[in-house]
Design a protein around this ligand. Structure first.
Ligand SMILES: *Cc1c(COP(=O)(O)O)cnc(C)c1O
Length: 370
């Protein structure tokens, strides 16, 4: 079965092998060496002033960011399940929350953000997804961050990059906190989250907030290549292998370029067989199709063609399907996926099969059309 859900994503064989050794003790020079090497690679991936690893799923890093970087009011962007989560975290910690809510295919407008910030001077942090995985949407985070910093540089910009870090190059100039998670673009099992921090964010964190999620404690320890509590040793060993594999496969720029071309080729191929891309600004991390037969297509893909794609949640349940584009994806796998989708449409009697999807994919991906 091909796993093509936008998280979890498949773990490459060499990474599984790297993680199959005996458990290493985390307070040893051997592990500290691995930690140090991993940190070095992470600075290259994040381009931020500091990088922290936490033993938690992605939501743990979201919570750590909110409690450590927001003291008064969190402005959160809700164009889907994950944006909604930021607001819930703020409320759970008795912070004030102002939310800008849109349909899941619609990115936040910069005007709306500016208006909200101007209307409420207690807003001291903004939380937004770079890629909102609920509908496969790309928010204009870098532009938004630039505009906000011009208005008030003290407002912290928290960018959830769980389906963006490792997918595309992110301009972190005006971002204070960039979040990633292991089981999406980083091709690892779940359980590790990461935060890139600006120096301004570190200053605001000060003595930190919370206990396990106190970022001040972690910053201090991780600068010494250790962690405050037991590190997720196996996952960090896997992460180092992933980051080295990316280097061996041509580096981050090549990965970003391949991901962008593959995303574009899949979207073009599926549109060529009459399907519709759901988000008005698609993220490179996944291809989201809204379709009246979304459920049937998902079932057929799984049962007849051995392809596992994700569906939708809440009001989009049964209305969309999402195909992963994150990670080092072999091109022969994704060609099978678009071909299988075309076969599904034939099975549903919607279209006579003629190989258009894989043909268009190849033309766009390998640039045979120019
Ligand atoms: C998956 C995901 C999360 C949540 O991460 P968990 O690891 O499930 O806690 C948050 N934000 C985005 C954009 C995601 O895709």
């Amino acid at each position: 079965m091909l796993l093509f859900t936008p998280g979890p994503t498949p773990v490459p064989q060499n990474v599984r092998n790297a993680m199959s050794d005996e458990t290493m003790h985390h307070r040893t020079p051997e592990f500290e060496k691995i930690f140090e090497k991993t940190r070095k690679h992470l600075f290259n991936l994040f381009n931020t002033d500091e990088v922290i690893m936490l033993a938690s799923s992605g939501t743990g890093a979201m919570e750590a960011a909110v409690i450590n970087l927001c003291k008064n009011t969190l402005l959160s962007v809700n164009s889907g399940k994950f944006g909604e989560r930021f607001g819930k975290i703020a409320i759970a910690h008795k912070l004030k929350n102002v939310e800008i809510k849109n349909e899941w295919d619609t990115p936040v407008s910069i005007e709306a953000i500016v208006e909200a910030v101007k209307a409420d001077s207690s807003i001291d942090a903004i939380a937004v997804q770079i890629s909102e995985s609920a509908g496969g949407l790309r928010h204009p985070v870098e532009e938004l961050a630039e505009v906000i910093k011009e208005i008030n540089p003290n407002i912290m910009i928290i960018a959830d990059g769980i389906t963006a870090v490792g997918v595309e190059k992110i301009d972190v100039t005006n971002i204070d906190c960039l979040i990633a998670g292991s089981q999406k673009a980083l091709m690892l099992p779940p359980g590790l989250s990461l935060l890139g921090l600006s120096n301004e964010a570190i200053a605001k964190i000060g003595a930190g907030k919370g206990y396990y999620l106190n970022l001040a404690t972690e910053i201090k320890k991780q600068r010494q290549n250790t962690t405050a509590y037991t590190a997720a040793t196996t996952l960090i060993i896997g992460l180092l292998e992933v980051l080295e594999s990316i280097e061996e496969n041509g580096g981050l720029d090549k990965l970003y370029e391949q991901t962008a071309s593959r995303s574009k080729a899949v979207r073009t191929a599926l549109e060529a067989i009459g399907l519709h891309s759901y988000p008005s600004t698609p993220a490179a991390s996944m291809t989201t199709i809204d379709d009246e037969n979304a459920s049937e297509i998902r079932t057929l893909l799984k049962e007849e063609f051995e392809v596992n794609v994700a569906g939708g949640q809440d009001h989009l349940k049964g209305k969309i399907f999402r195909i992963n584009q994150m990670g080092l994806i072999p091109v022969y796998e994704i060609i099978w996926v678009v071909n299988a989708v075309e076969l599904c449409l034939a099975k549903l009697g919607r279209r006579t099969y003629d190989g258009t999807a894989s043909k268009v994919f190849n033309e766009v991906f390998f640039r045979l059309d120019v």
